[in-house]
Each structure stands twice: as C-alpha cells, then as structure tokens.
Write a protein that binds this ligand. Structure first.
Ligand code: ATP
Ligand code: MG
Length: 327
C-alpha cells in the first residue's frame, strides 16, 4: 500500500464538448487520487477521454467547444477548478508539468529551444544569465541531448521527433514539479527511445518523489512502470487497481479483453491474441446502461438498462461492472 501524502484528488470530474452534431461527454464523473512518488497509468482505447481528463486538471480544455461541467480537482488541498488565473498559471509548469501528446503543438516554432527551456526557470525560479544557462545545459544533458550548449540555439524544427520529446521532458522537469502528466509521451518514437525516455521519467520520480500520471494505450509500458492503473472506457474509469493486481487478476470484462488483445511478457508466447470484438461507442450515441455492454461477452439484462458505478471488489481494487467475472 502506498501511504505517501496525497497530492491530487479528483472527484466527479465531467467534461463536455459542444459539437455541431450534439453534446459529447468526453469525461464522465471521473474520480481518482495521486500520491507523492506514485506512477499512475491511465489507459484505454483512442477517444476514451484520457487527454481530456489530463487537460481538465490544469484547466486547459478549450472553451468553446469544451467545458468542465462539474467536479473538483484538489492539488494539496487547493481547488484548481476554482483557483484564480494567476494561481493556476503558477501551478502549470511550476508545480504540475504537462508533457503533451504532440510536442510540436506545445513547442513554439519561432523561439529557440534554449529560450523555451529557460523561460519557466526565469519566471518561477528567478534564474538569470550564467546560472540560467548552466541549469538549461544540465537539463538538456539529463535527457541525453548531445552538445547541449550548441543545441540550445536551435529551433524545434531542427530537432528530430525523439529529440523534441526529450526537450519537452527537460522543460517538464525544469522546475522540479510535484506532478508530471505525460500524455502518450512516446507513441511516435521507436522502442529504444521510448524505453530511454520512460527510464528518464522514472528516475525523476525516484529522485525527487515526483508523482507521474502516465497516459498510454501501451499495456506493456503500464506493466513495467505503473504502480496503479485506471482503465478508462467511454469517458469513465471502469477498473482501478494496483498494476500487479490488474495483470494477475483483471476483473472488468473490458480490461480482460484489453489484456488478451496484446502480447504479454508474463504469458507463454503461444497465448493467442484475441481482439475485443466491435468498436468503442460513438460519443454522440452512447448505449443505454453500461457503455461496454454491446461488446461484452458477459452482459446480462441489467447491463443494458443501468450504468454501474465503481465498486470495491478487493483491497484497492474497484470495477464498474454488474457482473464480477472473477468474483
Ligand atoms: N476539441 C474537441 N472538440 C470536440 N470533441 C472533442 C474535442 N477534444 C476531444 N473531443 C472528444 O472527446 C472524446 C475524448 O477525447 P480525448 O482526446 O480525451 O481521447 P483520448 O483518450 O486522449 O484518445 P487518444 O488515445 O486518441 O489520444 C472523444 O470523443 C473526442 O472526439
Ligand atoms: Mg489523447
């Protein structure tokens, strides 16, 4: 059990998008906690609401079309959804850093990399001149960027995809934040670089007791790095468990399906991969009851009528399912 102090406490978070076709509930009543030094994974298929959840925590949902419809996000007891613009700006980048899914959307193409790494350090830590330069070089070295002094004068387009992700991580770590939110930080990269970057993030967590929220659809990454896993489906958390527990004894039919659909290091190589039948639901036409029921081999009548809430099925293990497959 992790009894480190709680850093972030999210309760009943709901995010809507008003689209031309109608209202989409991208995040539906999501609650979770994040503790000091913890690596929490958020997993689920494309469109299930992972990025919207992360963006909402820092009030980065573009309005319109988006809106945080309800809920609370407490960071060390402070409600971020009700904080002033100044307060939230100070927390972003300084206390809670976000590494975005696509680095080119968050790196400014017309500013040098050095300037972009240096700016938050000037702003939040008051560093100037030689001290600032030294810190920037150190940060770029820590993410294994060769010739950091020279590379600081380069622009983002002069860096490869992997290098840009490293720059993002360096920027994220710059102010020694309490929390790093990494949204699919490695999907676009080849596997060796993925592994290097994840190791970097892990070192950061271990050295500074930083908490890490790792958003990914790669269950291999989850198994290897996460302490806890929240599985999301159609905007909701459908299973939450310790990582070992989740792999050993998944209890939600969706998680069971996900685990069967990807190769696993802890299973004989002959284990057959079985994709989950069907598609995730159309956000504009959510099925009645449990959103997973049309794809679920265990569905019973109640699943078609009523959406299940998360309920405890073991120590630190909860599922949103009427049928506890393994119960
Ligand atoms: N700006 C937007 N306008 C309208 N709908 C949006 C917007 N951003 C997200 N959505 C919708 O909200 C839902 C959740 O999207 P989100 O980006 O959070 O998914 P995700 O889990 O991060 O997916 P991926 O794995 O592809 O990154 C989707 O149905 C998506 O189409
Ligand atoms: Mg996303």
């Amino acid at each position: 059990m992790n009894d480190a102090p709680e850093l972030l406490s999210v309760r009943n978070l709901t995010v809507d998008f008003a689209t031309a076709e109608g209202l989409i509930t991208a995040v539906d009543n999501v609650s979770f906690d994040l503790r000091e030094g913890e690596i929490l994974a958020l997993v689920g298929e494309s469109g299930c609401g992972k990025s919207a959840t992360a963006l909402a925590l820092l009030r980065l949902i573009a309005n319109p079309p988006g809106r945080i419809a309800s809920g609370s996000v407490a960071f060390r007891g402070q409600d971020l959804l009700r904080a002033s613009e100044d307060e939230i700006r100070d927390i972003r980048g300084n206390r809670i850093a976000m590494i975005f899914q696509e680095p080119m959307t968050s790196l400014n193409p017309v500013l040098t990399v050095g300037r972009q790494i240096g700016e938050p350090l000037m702003l939040h830590e008051g560093l100037r001149e030689e001290a600032l330069l030294e810190k920037c070089v150190k940060l770029l070295e820590s993410v294994s960027i060769p010739e950091p002094r020279r590379r600081m004068g380069g622009y983002p387009h002069q860096f490869s995809g992997g290098m840009r992700q490293r720059v993002m991580i360096a920027m994220g770590m710059g102010c020694a934040p309490d929390i790093i939110i990494a949204d699919e930080p490695t999907t676009a990269l080849d596997v060796t670089i993925q592994a290097q970057l994840l190791e970097l993030l892990r070192q950061q967590v271990e050295t500074h007791r930083t908490a890490l929220m790792l958003i990914t659809h790669n269950l291999g990454i989850v198994a290897r790095y996460a302490d806890r896993v929240n599985v999301m489906y159609a905007g909701r958390i459908v299973e939450s468990a310790g990582a070992d527990d989740l792999y050993e004894r998944p209890r939600h039919p969706y998680t069971i399906g996900l685990l069967r659909s990807v190769p696993r290091l802890d299973q004989p190589t002959a284990a057959k991969l079985v994709p989950i039948p069907g598609q995730p639901p159309d956000a504009l036409r959510m099925p009645q009851g449990c959103a997973f029921h049309p794809r679920c081999p265990f569905a019973v009548a109640r699943c078609r009528a009523e959406a299940p809430a998360l309920r405890e099925v073991g120590a630190g293990h909860a599922i949103a399912c009427w049928v506890d497959v393994d119960g």
